[in-house]
Design a protein around this ligand. Structure first.
Ligand code: CP
Length: 311
């Protein structure tokens, strides 16, 4: 392995050289796909948590690159008979798979599995911890919004790739794997990152995120300080009870209810309409939400082609 590691478990697995390579191949996705680099390879998709965007884009990207995709449906797999996930992965390895894309509610499970298999593991989201390919999609979406003609990223330009963007994540920062991964890559690419959250949903270990400004003002009053508002979904599936008094209170504290002149909206989806973001903003002119979906496919094309080229 040269530029990339065997696995992609979180954004820390990407060196600047590896990141620049993945982004460049993603920007040149048409050229990347036409080389068919995964011809004859098998990619398994093991999604132990619900997904639309990530699962579909990994399937499309794998097939576009020439791979055959094996969907391992947890509802019908032998996991139902009590087989452990590790034993399932060992079985898939013996069957001859090359890559395994995993989503799970268990933080760090992809990391643990990756150490015990020769399959190349790609983390498609592990609980509250990490979602590295969403972060790649978000960097590409924003970079393309800044310069639609860009078709290459050099490692030395990463610290200024997104300079000039002040991005604030709003809402459920505490339970968000997207925040942890995307904030990391955005910061590495020169964006200024802030958070604006509800009291019970804020950062637990603020000092783990040096350089991230924590606003205590509702986002709609910060229009002179934010270029991109990035609401995060309230992660109800990870909570035992409603973490705020009422929807009205939540919206007033950190809901995105309008965009200021020139401000962009990002959201990785799925979104709770009229909770963290007003429904009429979702597909408004300044929304990058569907661009994030498009770049999600392209980012996964770039990642898998770069991994395959770098064995
Ligand atoms: N953004 C994201 O991971 O969406 P899905 O849960 O639909 O894959």
């Amino acid at each position: 392995m040269g530029l990339l590691k065997k696995d992609l478990c979180d954004t820390g697995d990407l060196s600047n050289e590896g990141l620049a390579e993945v982004l460049t191949r993603g920007l040149r996705f048409r050229e990347t796909v036409s080389a068919n680099p995964l011809l004859g390879k098998y990619v398994g998709l093991l999604f132990l948590e619900a997904s639309t965007r990530t699962r579909v884009s990994f399937q499309m990207a794998s097939e576009a690159l020439g791979a055959r995709v094996i969907i391992v449906d947890p509802e019908t797999a032998s996991l139902q008979k009590g087989e452990t996930i590790l034993d399932t992965v060992k079985t898939l390895e013996a069957e001859g798979l090359d890559y395994l894309v995993m989503r799970t509610s268990a933080p760090f499970l992809p990391h643990l599995i990756a150490r015990q298999t020769s399959l190349r593991i790609i983390n498609a989201g592990d609980g509250q911890h990490s979602h590295p390919t969403q972060a790649l999609a978000d960097v590409l979406a924003l970079s393309s919004a800044k310069d639609p003609t860009k078709n290459e990223v050099r490692p030395e330009e990463l610290p200024s790739l997104l300079s000039g963007f002040r991005i604030t994540f709003t809402g459920d920062v505490r339970h968000s794997r997207v925040f942890r991964s995307t904030a990391d890559l955005l910061s590495r690419c020169g964006a200024i990152v802030g958070v604006c959250t509800y009291g019970t949903l804020g950062l637990r270990y603020a000092d783990s995120f040096p350089g991230i400004h924590s606003w205590d003002t509702p986002p709609q009053r910060l229009e002179n300080y934010i270029d991109v508002v990035y609401p995060l979904r309230v992660q109800m599936e990870r909570l035992k009870s409603l973490p705020f008094g009422s929807l009205e209170e939540y919206r007033a504290t950190c809901g995105t209810t309008h965009l200021a002149e020139g401000q962009w909206l990002m959201h990785c989806g799925p979104f709770n309409r009229n909770v963290e973001v007003s429904g009429e903003l979702v597909y408004s002119e300044k929304s990058l939400i569907l661009e994030q979906v498009k770049w999600g496919y392209r980012a996964r094309v770039g990642l898998m082609a770069a991994m395959e080229a770098d064995k």
